[in-house]
Design a protein around this ligand. Structure first.
Ligand code: PHE
Length: 550
C-alpha cells in the first residue's frame, strides 16, 4: 500500500506537476477521497519517504477538524436518541401509547433517558394518559445529519455553535488536522526504486556505483548511543577520599610537581643525608637536569645547620652536610615533599615575611583547637588542615607484580598545642568515614616524625590486622627551621590509594598487603599488575567495576 500510494503521488505529479490539496487524492484501495485525519497521516508517511529522496517537496496546512466519538458514530448509523424514541412510539390516536417502562424495554435505558427529554423539547412526542405518543408524522434528525457531515468532511457548515454543542454532548471531538500541497522535488522521477544505502565492493568492481542512486545522509538521525567514559577504580576511590577530606574541612594541596629536590623530599623533613631511602636503589634521580635551583638561602642555612650541628633543642645528626646531596633532582618518593612546601609557605608570616595574596590559600584550614579559634595571633601563625592525593615513585625493579609508582593520600594538620590524641582522633574519624571501623596504632619510626605510629585496620575477609598507613607528629627539627612558633604542632598521616581500593574492590584485592609497596598477589587470580594499571587494562573491566562507596 505504501508503495502504491507513493507511486500515485509521483504519477499525479507527473501529469499535473502539483497536488494542491492531498484531501482530494484517493488512496489506492479506498473508494472515497482521503478526507479523514487518518488518511492524511497515511499520506504524510508516503510524502516523507519521497521527501527524504528529494523526489518531492511539500507544504503543510493546519486545520482544525472534528471526529466522531463512539456514541457519535452510533448516531450516524442508528439515528439520535430522540429520533429512536420517536420512532418507537405510535402516532397519536393510532395504537396504544407506550409507558416509560415499555419504552425503556424497547430502546434501552440510555436512549430512553436521553432521548425522551429532547424529543419532548423538539415537540416530536407528547403524553397520552400514562403513555407516550408521536406528535408529528415526520421528523428531521438534525443531529444525525450534522454528524454525517462531520464524519465525511471533518467539518460542519452549520457553524461553530452547533459544533460546540455536539462537543458538549460528547458526540464529537476536536482534532488538529493537516493536509498538504505537493510539488516535484530536485530528484523527481516516477520510479520509486529504493536508493542505495551502502557503497559496496560489488558496486565498485562492476562500476554500478556510477549510475546508482544513493540515499542522502541524514545528519538529524540520532544514531546509536555512544558509551560514556568510565572511571578507573583508583580514580573512584580518589574521589571518595577527596570528599572525606573536604567534609572534614581540609584544603587540597597543589601536588603537580613530580620532580623535587633532595632538599624538599628529604632534608627539609630532617631525613638524614645517609638514610637508605635516599639510595639509588630506592629513589629515581634525574640525569638531566641533575641539579635543583637553590632554595631560599636563610632557610637552607637553618636546615643544613640542624642536620650537621643541631639547634632548636636538637643535637642534630653530627654528620657532614652535602650540598650535592641536597640539590639532586629526583622523582618524589612521597607526597610529604609537597606537604613540606606548603608548611614552609604556611610559616611565611611567622618568619616575618610580607605575604601577598595568600589570604585565601589556606582559607579552608580551619582551626582545630578552641584557643586558637582560627584567629591570627601576633606571631602570624594560622592553623591549617591540608591534604593531597597524588602519585609517588620508588625505584623498584618492575615485574609482573611490581610497579615503580603508586599513589599516596596524605593529611596534614597544623595548630597550636596539638597532641598525639588529636592525631589519633583525626585518623579514627577519617578511617571511619572510609568504612574502616577497627583501627589500631603501633609505635614506629620515621625520620621526620616523633612519635610515629603505624596504622592497622582489621580486614574482615582476611581475618587479620593489616597495615594501612603511617603517621606521626612532625619533629621540631623540621618545623622550627621553617619558622613555626614553638607551640605549633603539625601532625600528618599517609596511606596508599591502592590500599583502600584493593580492600573495596575485589579486582584490586589482587594487591598484597604491604603498605609501603602495593604488590600483587596471585591468590585472587590476577597475576599481572599490568592488567590493572597501564595500557593493557581491560576497558570492559573498568566500565563494569562497581562504584566505590565508603
Ligand atoms: N610520608 C609517609 C610515607 O610515605 C607518610 C607520612 C605522612 C608519615 C605524614 C607521617 C606523616 O609513608
Amino acid at each position: 500500500m505504501a508503495e502504491s500510494l507513493q507511486q500515485l503521488v509521483l504519477d499525479t505529479l507527473d501529469v499535473k506537476s502539483t497536488i494542491d490539496d492531498t484531501r482530494l487524492l484517493t488512496i489506492p484501495g479506498q473508494s472515497q477521497p482521503a478526507a479523514s485525519h487518518e488518511d492524511q497521516i497515511t499520506i504524510l508517511g508516503a510524502l516523507n519517504s519521497l521527501l527524504s529522496r528529494e523526489m518531492i517537496v511539500y507544504e503543510t496546512h493546519e486545520i482544525s477538524s472534528h471526529a466522531l466519538t463512539a456514541e457519535g458514530s452510533q448516531i450516524v448509523n442508528e439515528g439520535s436518541h430522540e429520533a429512536r424514541v420517536w420512532a418507537a412510539l405510535p402516532e397519536k390516536g393510532q395504537g396504544s401509547p407506550l409507558t416509560p417502562i415499555q419504552l425503556k424495554k424497547q430502546v434501552g435505558d440510555e436512549t430512553a433517558k436521553v432521548g425522551q427529554g429532547r424529543a419532548f423539547k423538539n415537540g416530536w412526542i407528547g403524553k397520552e394518559g400514562d403513555g407516550l405518543v408521536k406528535l408529528t408524522a415526520t421528523i428531521q434528525d438534525v443531529t444525525q445529519i450534522d454528524l454525517q457531515e462531520i464524519a465525511s468532511t471533518g467539518m460542519l457548515k452549520a457553524g461553530e455553535k452547533t459544533l460546540a454543542d455536539l462537543r458538549k454532548r460528547k458526540l464529537i471531538v476536536q482534532r488538529k488536522g493537516q493536509w498538504f500541497t505537493v510539488r516535484k522535488g530536485s530528484s523527481f522521477s516516477t520510479s520509486t526504486a529504493k536508493p542505495e544505502t551502502d557503497l559496496t565492493v560489488d558496486m565498485l568492481t562492476s562500476g554500478a556505483w556510477k549510475t546508482s542512486k544513493f540515499k542522502k545522509y541524514n545528519f538529524d538521525a540520532e544514531g546509536t548511543p555512544t558509551e560514556g567514559g568510565a572511571l578507573h577504580p583508583l580514580l573512584k576511590v580518589r574521589e571518595e577520599i577527596r570528599n572525606i577530606f573536604l567534609e572534614m574541612g581540609f584544603a587540597e594541596m597543589p601536588t603537580s610537581s613530580f620532580v623535587e629536590s633532595g632538599f624538599w623530599c628529604f632534608d627539609a623533613l630532617f631525613v638524614p643525608q645517609q638514610h637508605p631511602a635516599r639510595d639509588l636503589q630506592d629513589t629515581f634521580y634525574l640525569s638531566d637536569p641533575k641539579e635543583a635551583l637553590p632554595p631560599e638561602p636563610e632557610y637552607y642555612k637553618r636546615v643544613s645547620m640542624v642536620h650537621e650541628h643541631g639547634g632548636f633543642g636538637s643535637t642534630g645528626y653530627r654528620a657532614p652536610w652535602s650540598h650535592a646531596e641536597s640539590s639532586k633532582l629526583l622523582l618524589r618518593t612521597h607526597t610529604t615533599a609537597s606537604s613540606a612546601h606548603m608548611l614552609y609557605k604556611l610559616a611565611a608570616k611567622c618568619r616575618g615575611e610580607k605575604v601577598v595574596g595568600d589570604a585565601d590559600e589556606f582559607a579552608h584550614g580551619v582551626s582545630t583547637t578552641d584557643d586558637a579559634e582560627g584567629k591570627e595571633q601576633d606571631d602570624g601563625f594560622r592553623p591549617a588542615k591540608l591534604f593531597s592525593i597524588d602519585r609517588v615513585f620508588r625505584n623498584e625493579t618492575m615485574d609482573a607484580t611490581h610497579l615503580a609508582e603508586f599513589h599516596q593520600v596524605e593529611g596534614v594538620v597544623a595548630d597550636r598545642n596539638l597532641t598525639l590524641a588529636d592525631l589519633i582522633g583525626f585518623m579514627r574519624v577519617f578511617f571511619n568515614k572510609m568504612g574502616i571501623e577497627k583501627v589500631r596504632f603501633k609505635p614506629a619510626y620515621n625520620p621526620y616524625t616523633e612519635p610515629s605510629l603505624e596504622i592497622f585496620a582489621f580486614h574482615p575477609m582476611l581475618d587479620r590486622w593489616v597495615e594501612v598507613g603511617n603517621s606521626g607528629m612532625f619533629r621540631p627539627e623540621m618545623l622550627e627551621p621553617m619558622g613555626f612558633p614553638k607551640d605549633v604542632r603539625v601532625h600528618g598521616w599517609g596511606l596508599s590509594l591502592e590500599r583502600p581500593t584493593m580492600i573495596r574492590q575485589v579486582i584490586l584485592c589482587a594487591f598484597s598487603m604491604d603498605y609501603d609497596q602495593p604488590r600483587l598477589s596471585s591468590r585472587y587470580g590476577i597475576n599481572n599488575i599490568r592488567t590493572l594499571v597501564g595500557h593493557k587494562v581491560s576497558i570492559e573491566g573498568i566500565e563494569s567495576s562497581p562504584a566505590v562507596m565508603f
